[in-house]
Write a new protein. Structure first.
Length: 316
């Protein structure tokens, strides 16, 4: 039986296929003969108690000039698909949350959603680390300015960031006595109206912010260390960092072992752990990247591991 895979993603015409992990997944699915149906977030809708989408049949190819074309277009119930990849990038806004409800209605009718819609809602990529305090550097989440100032006084050197950012956006570093600290706090918290996360600065960021990919709770044996450009404290590739593949260290494997069972239990088949030095800093579950970089540096096929996992879930 041919598997029908739906994918909800950002416009495919705007992706960089050399770096795009969703594209790698689609290439692998196509190579297996799966039927691929392409959707953007605003193609989904709910009528009565059933979720539908305007879906386009999709074919992809490793061609930087023309990497996709659509073959069909139809309105279909989501529950007629076997599996749906939710690969829409943040912002994690209310429309994103509403989309998870539409996907959850399809899940109730038997569709495998990667990742599980309720977990996409529940596991904020910054806050979810609080469930693994043994893996983390000292951390504060608050909207209160005086608490943040006290924390900076205690830790001396910190990173401040919003709870809903991605790609290194709006991440600040502040040291005790920094004259910019007040305005950073006011900007991030919107004068006390929004939560922010504050973490003790980990100087090993100079060696890279490591992305460890997890498939059904098990780590890929290599990480991608995203090394900041000179004068920068953010390693994100979107912020100009350079990706260098590394074998997992013993500490990396220990962190993966701490987090993996929770990912599996929550139906998070594909995740990215961010580790700086010996510390877990984020758990990415919305649309983790770095497949293509690791595949190319180590001759891997991470998408094949994921599709094997999906096939196993569908057959069980």
């Amino acid at each position: 039986m041919t598997i029908t895979l739906g994918v909800v993603m950002d416009p495919i015409g705007s992706i960089n296929i050399k770096k795009d992990s969703t594209f790698a997944m689609l290439l692998e699915a196509q190579q297996r003969g799966w039927n691929i149906l392409y959707m953007e977030q605003n193609d989904l809708f709910l009528e009565n108690d059933r979720s539908y989408a305007r879906a386009q049949g999709l074919q992809v190819e490793e061609n930087p000039q023309q990497w996709f074309h659509f073959t069909t277009e139809e309105t279909v119930p989501l529950d007629e698909m076997d599996v749906i990849l939710m690969r829409k990038d943040p912002p994690f806004d209310m429309d994103y949350i509403y989309t998870t409800y539409l996907l959850e209605k399809a899940e109730e009718r038997g569709v495998l959603i990667v990742n599980r819609p309720s977990s996409l809602r529940d596991c904020n990529e910054k806050l979810y680390t609080a469930w693994f305090p043994q893996c983390c550097t000292p951390t504060l989440v608050t909207s209160n300015k005086s608490r943040i100032l006290t924390f900076i006084e205690q830790q001396k050197d910190v990173i401040l960031k919003p709870l809903d950012g991605m790609g290194g956006s709006s991440i600040f570093r502040s040291r005790q006595g920094d004259p910019n600290t007040n305005v950073i706090i006011e900007t991030l918290t919107d004068h006390g109206r929004r939560y922010a996360m504050v973490q003790r600065f980990v100087p090993e960021i100079s060696k890279g912010d490591k992305r460890i990919l997890m498939i059904d709770g098990e780590p890929v044996p290599y990480s991608l260390a995203r090394i900041p450009k000179p004068g920068e404290t953010r390693g994100n590739l979107a912020a100009g960092g350079t990706g260098q593949g590394l074998p997992l260290s013993e500490q990396d494997r220990w962190i993966a072992l701490q987090v993996g069972p929770s990912l599996r239990q929550r139906g998070i088949l594909f995740a990215g752990l961010d580790v700086i030095g010996d510390y877990l800093t984020e758990i990415n579950i919305t649309s983790p990247t770095c497949i293509r970089e690791l595949d190319s540096q180590f001759g891997l096929n991470i998408s094949a591991q994921l599709m094997d996992c999906i096939e196993e879930k569908l057959s069980s």
